[in-house]
Design a protein around this ligand. Structure first.
Ligand code: MD6
Ligand code: FE
Length: 216
């Protein structure tokens, strides 16, 4: 056993394969945790978190906002990307530099060297909030990966397959973890189980997730 194994035994491997084209980079966002959280606060000051409604009329338990050239929205008319925040009519706040840099570098490490996200959806989970099994399929071009950053309280992430009925594997996503997925698993079903109570030194009782997409 060498030093690398010893470090791995204590903290888990830095890189875990989740499936074809899907990689979990443990702790990849830790070095920029404070700048990322400051970026979330700056975006939310302009485009506040809100609980949107699904086309079926249900209010989502996850609160959301967006930044970048386009934001993801849902209402009675459906799921889509919009260049302006429907709450204000103004363009979504620009994507903070530190967001774009982390997304690009993480994608490159996972084998997608030219990823330039134009949209970042920010999810905020309070205890009890969940996201049921879904596909991310509102983007224009599925050859581009999605980069997902977890901050604050840990969650249980379910990662399935191409069909809703495929078996799911569970991963604990912790503060600072980054998931990059593209290629064959780009359209795989995934979701987040009900968030458990907890206390995180930087986010209190909340979990944040940033998902970077090429939407337009
Ligand atoms: C979340 N994430 O982690 C929800 N989608 O809160 C997602 O729905 C997601 O993490 C596509 C790719 C990565 C993700
Ligand atoms: Fe998703």
């Amino acid at each position: 056993m060498d030093l690398f194994d010893l470090a791995g035994a204590a903290s888990g491997p830095a890189r875990e394969d989740m499936g074809p084209g899907a990689v979990l980079l443990r702790g990849r966002a830790l070095a920029s945790e404070r700048e990322l959280l400051a970026g979330i606060a700056a975006v939310a000051a302009e485009a506040p978190f809100r609980h949107m409604r699904t086309p079926g009329g249900f209010e989502m338990s996850v609160a959301m906002t967006s930044c970048g050239e386009a934001g993801w929205v849902t209402d009675r008319r459906g799921y889509r990307y919009e260049r302006c925040d429907p709450a204000s009519g103004a363009p979504w706040p620009p994507m903070p530099e530190v967001f774009a840099a982390l997304a690009q570098a993480s994608a490159a490490e996972a084998g997608f060297p030219d990823f330039a996200p134009d949209a970042c959806l920010i999810n905020r989970y309070a205890p009890g909030a969940r996201m049921s099994l879904h596909q991310d399929k509102d983007e224009q071009d599925f050859s581009r990966p999605i980069v997902s950053v977890s901050l604050g309280l840990p969650c249980t992430f379910q990662f399935g397959g191409a069909a809703r009925s495929d078996p799911v594997r569970k991963y604990e996503l912790r503060h600072g973890d980054v998931v990059v997925w593209g290629g064959p698993s780009r359209l795989y079903y995934h979701g987040v189980l009900r968030l458990k109570d907890g206390e995180h030194p930087l986010t209190g009782g909340l979990r944040y997730n940033l998902t970077f997409r090429g939407a337009l």
